[in-house]
Write a protein that binds this ligand. Sequence first.
Ligand code: F6P
Length: 378
Amino acid sequence: CGFLNFRMKESDMTQQKKRIGILTSGGDCAGLNAAIRAATYAAVERGWEVIGILDSTCGLMEKPYRIVHLTKEAVDGFVMRAAGTILGTTSKGSNSPLNYPMPDGSKKDRSIDFANAYHELKLEGLIVIGGDGSMGILREVSRRSGGIVKFVGIPKTIDNDVGGTEQTIGFDTAFAVATEALDRLQPTAASHQRVMVLEVMGREAGHIALNAGIAGGADVILIPEIPYKLDVVCAKLQKLRSEGRMHSLIVVAEALRDAGGKKVQTKYGDQVRYGGIAQVIAHDINAAIGAECRVTVLGHVQRGAAPTAMDRLVATASAVHAVDLIEAGQFDRMVIWKGRQVTSVPFDEALAKYHTVDVAKDSLIRTARAMGVCLGDA
Ligand code: F6P
């Protein structure tokens, strides 16, 4: 982890107080540090010790453990305002204790090593700030360790695709960044009478595209949940032109399938990542109606911004609630944000459903259609 350059030695740990651990796991997003800060404050305020585990579960997979003592001073000041995670993270289960990469190139189930470290550090609860993948891994580690590892989860991801919660930490900031991108694209689109195609992240969920598309005044919003027809998109662009509006803005979610129904992805070694659908759309529009198109792929810029006020609020409230759950001995639960309140649900309920845009029920679909925004299908 590149943020914190002080480590705890085991001799530093003379425990009298209740001690909890905290780690961040999966892709980073804005608001993680606000959650780490709030959990630290809430725990220290009740006289507990807080151990930060570095680089997700990796910090406990080798000795000496890579951990830090989180005090109020350590998380004061800029931390809440900073993007990224001061604890570091790993993503896509690449270093999961369930399938840990060994020096000889093999993979090994090291759940028990993680549980032993948890026990040795005398942790009385763990806060995992992660997405659905990380929560699933930690649940399995806990199960394989016979329940030694007790944890509560706080959902985070710019994708907002974790079930059970209305808003994950990081989504609001990504939404704001994507909206600002549209604000910046509009004047240049208008000046040159161009079609600007903005590709946003979100995996299989179109939340960032739908929300930013509406807030940023897009003419066309294409999300994975609604298969699009090129002729419908082109008809919309031509209609705008016939009405005298010579430029247009299109937002495309990264997991939108191409005209042949295929995902547009790139392989980096053994990892496959979305990226490139906007180029495909722009190319096809140009070929169909001759419109001059330009593409912007927003990528990780959506993750690196300072957290919005809303993300700080959700992160802070969620972290305090996570500490409350540990105090009450309520584990295997995930904190959720619902109706401007924090509460929690059992993991089984939270992870049962991947949260994509519900095309039939999401009122923002109705909002977009009523505004004349083309969603590619009609
Ligand atoms: O899940 C968050 C996310 O940013 C997705 O929106 C995106 O597809 C993916 O992570 C990118 O992953 P990586 O950081 O590994 O490139």
